[in-house]
Every structure is written in structure tokens, then in C-alpha cells.
Write a protein that binds this ligand. Structure first.
Ligand code: KG4
Length: 338
């Protein structure tokens, strides 16, 4: 089966084409250069850029896959969560294609897509525990079975990727902050003691206090007229930001002792320190298979949407509904925190 997948939830215009689980094309048009000067994503600009790029990216994917639009069997797309204007562009594109080609739509939850990116590396065995870390989300997700998602822990305020982006803005090192801070951290030393945020025995996270702690640190250093190395601040922040993730994963593994697969998902799963720490932690759990997404598939992409759609199609568990809308509350039952 040929699956066309579109992801437009934030600032990347992405189209992928899969033949079953094989990627024939995976095109990502990044908007970073346009948002960079604002130090973060400008939602209105993101929507306009999606409108401008989507047909080019679609054509490029078809050319790369050496297919014509009529060869498509299913049309998968990100239904949410994300920026409503950005989601709408993808949604109207796929609705038009669906009517034109008379092919079914397969709506996919963005975070389910991130989790299923790991399926390009290895198959899943259940129960599965996922650490979902991106610019908008920080969650621990328990999967009892295929496509059954239950949030068992989440951030109470900022997401970890958001904290990276804000700290980078503070240090004046650029956007998106994650990859930049990750690189600087490897060139610095853990010099400053920052508090481990929400270091309790719950599975929830909090990152806004850590961001404030970095603001206070810089403020105090400046007041004392002490010179400091930005790389050392990056290293100190990264150590705490990743240690708290590991602490929470440890608690979840204790609470859910039957876990057979552990996966990391989302943009922050590209973080080298986090990947090292997870590898080290999971080496103490020989019965759990650790899967880390390929670096190229950590950030937003449409291949992950196509992969999740593949499982929805073969299990016949999708809702081909042309009345669906990004600003309506999309069906979150599949991703419940009950
Ligand atoms: O998953 P993603 O591409 O988009 C969302 O769905 O949010 O994640 C983007 C986030 C940004 O906050 C970015 O700074 C962060 O992922 N990120 C990283 C790294 N690469 C990207 N954070 C830490 N270390 C990285 N190497």
C-alpha cells in the first residue's frame, strides 16, 4: 500500500511517501531561517509559509518516490496538537486530495507519530514506555498495546524543548536552542549548581523554575561583575534538564515493572547527553529493549506520521472523517491521561 503523509503542526512543512513501512520520500522544508530573528515560532508567519511551500514539497516527494498522485492509496496527516493555522493548511490540503482522489484520510496525533518514528529502528513489544520530549510537550506515555496511549506524567508548565529555546534566547545563542545548547554544553564544564526541578516521586515535570534559575544565575554573575563562559552555563543547564528526565524514567520503570520496550521521542530525543544517559540507565534493565529514534527522524517529519498511519490502517482503527477540523477538539481519547 502507498501512504502519503503530511505534517504541518508547527514550523516544518513535511511530506512523506511510504510503501507499507518503507520510506520512499521524506521531504522537510524548514522555516527556521524565517523565525530565527524573532527568537521563536511566529504562528501567523508559520501558516503563511506552509501555504506557500506545501505544493512544492508535495511535488518534490512524488518526484523522489517516482510516483504520481493517483498511485496513493491512503492520505495520512497530523490532526493535532499544534498551531491551529499551521494544522489547517495540512488539513485542507489532505481534504482536497481525499475528495479529488477518493482515497481515505487517516488522522494522526502528532505525539503518536513521534513515538512511531521508533518503528523505523525496531519493532515494538508491549507494554511500552515512551519519554516524549519536544518543543511543546514533556510526557511519559504508557502503551499497553498497539495504538493505546495513556499519559502517566506530564509537564505542569514549560516543556523541556521550550526551556532549551528560552535559555538559548537568554544567552543570545540563537533559535532553536536545543541543538545549539547541546553543542555548547559539550564544550563546557558543569560549573554552576542549578536546582533539580520537581525532583519528587511523581511522574510530572516542571521546567519553568529551571529557566528562572538560569535567569537568576546570569543576573547574579552580572551584578558581581564576574566573567563567565556561556558553554559552562549550557553544560550546567543541560545536566539538570536531562538528569530530571532520567530520574522520572527511573520512577516510571519502578511503577510499571512489566515494560518490555522503552522509546524516546520528539525533537529533544536528539540530545546527545540524554541519549547517553538513557543508554546507561537502560543497561541496568536487560529485559527492556531500548529504542532511540534515528537522529534525522527526531524532529518533526511526515515519515513518522506515515508509519503510525500504517498501523492504524492494518488494524482498521482510523476515522475517515472529512468534517474533522483542527480548531475543533480533535479526538484525544486515543491519547488519554485518565
Ligand atoms: O519535536 P520537535 O521538532 O517539534 C515539536 O513538536 O515541538 O521539537 C523541537 C524542539 C525544540 O524545542 C528544539 O530546541 C528541541 O526540540 N531540540 C533539542 C535538540 N534538538 C532539537 N533539544 C535539546 N537537544 C537537542 N539536540
Amino acid at each position: 500500500m502507498i501512504i502519503l503523509a503530511i505534517e504541518s503542526s508547527c514550523d516544518d512543512t513535511c511530506v512523506a511517501i511510504l510503501k507499507d513501512k518503507e520510506i520512499l520520500a521524506n521531504i522537510v522544508s524548514s522555516q527556521i531561517e524565517f523565525h530565527n530573528k524573532y527568537g521563536g515560532v511566529m504562528p501567523e508567519l508559520a501558516s503563511r509559509l506552509h501555504v506557500e511551500k506545501i505544493t512544492y514539497v508535495l511535488n518534490e516527494a512524488l518526484n523522489k518516490a517516482n510516483l504520481a498522485i493517483k498511485d496513493i492509496d491512503y492520505i495520512a496527516f497530523t490532526v493535532g496538537p499544534g498551531l491551529v493555522g499551521s494544522l489547517h493548511v495540512g488539513m485542507q490540503t489532505v481534504k482536497t486530495l481525499s475528495l479529488l482522489l477518493d482515497k481515505p484520510l487517516v488522522p494522526i496525533h502528532h505525539l503518536a507519530g513521534h513515538i512511531y518514528a521508533n518503528r523505523f529502528v525496531k519493532d515494538f513489544e508491549y507494554p511500552l514506555l515512551a519519554l516524549v520530549v519536544s518543543g511543546g510537550n514533556t510526557e511519559l506515555v504508557y502503551m499497553e498495546d498497539e495504538l493505546k496511549f495513556k499519559i502517566i506524567g506530564q509537564t505542569l508548565d514549560d516543556a523541556v524543548g521550550e526551556a532549551y529555546d528560552k535559555v538559548s534566547r537568554l544567552l543570545g545563542t540563537g533559535y532553536p536552542g536545543g541543538p545549539i545548547i547541546d553543542k555548547l554544553a559539550h564544550e563546557g564544564q558543569i560549573t554552576y549548581k542549578l536546582p533539580l526541578p520537581k525532583n519528587d516521586d511523581s511522574l510530572d515535570f516542571s521546567y519553568s523554575g529551571l529557566k528562572s534559575a538560569v535567569i537568576n544565575l546570569i543576573h547574579n554573575l552580572n551584578q558581581r561583575k564576574e566573567t563567565y563562559n556561556v558553554n559552562d552555563i549550557a553544560a550546567s543547564f543541560q545536566d539538570v534538564a536531562t538528569t530530571i528526565l532520567i530520574n522520572k524514567v527511573k520512577i516510571a520503570l519502578k511503577k510499571y515493572p512489566m515494560i518490555k520496550t522503552f522509546v524516546a521521542a520528539g525533537g529533544v530525543s536528539a540530545n546527545l547527553t540524554l541519549r547517553d544517559k538513557l543508554t546507561k540507565l537502560l543497561s541496568d534493565y536487560p529485559n527492556i529493549s531500548l529504542i532511540l529514534p534515528k537522529l534525522a527522524l527526531c524532529g518533526d517529519n511526515a515519515a513518522m506520521i506515515g508509519m503510525c498511519a500504517y498501523y492504524k490502517i492494518i488494524t482498521n482503527s482510523y476515522n475517515n472523517d472529512l468534517t474533522i477540523s483542527a480548531d475543533a477538539q480533535y479526538d484525544l481519547e486515543e491519547f488519554s491521561n485518565k
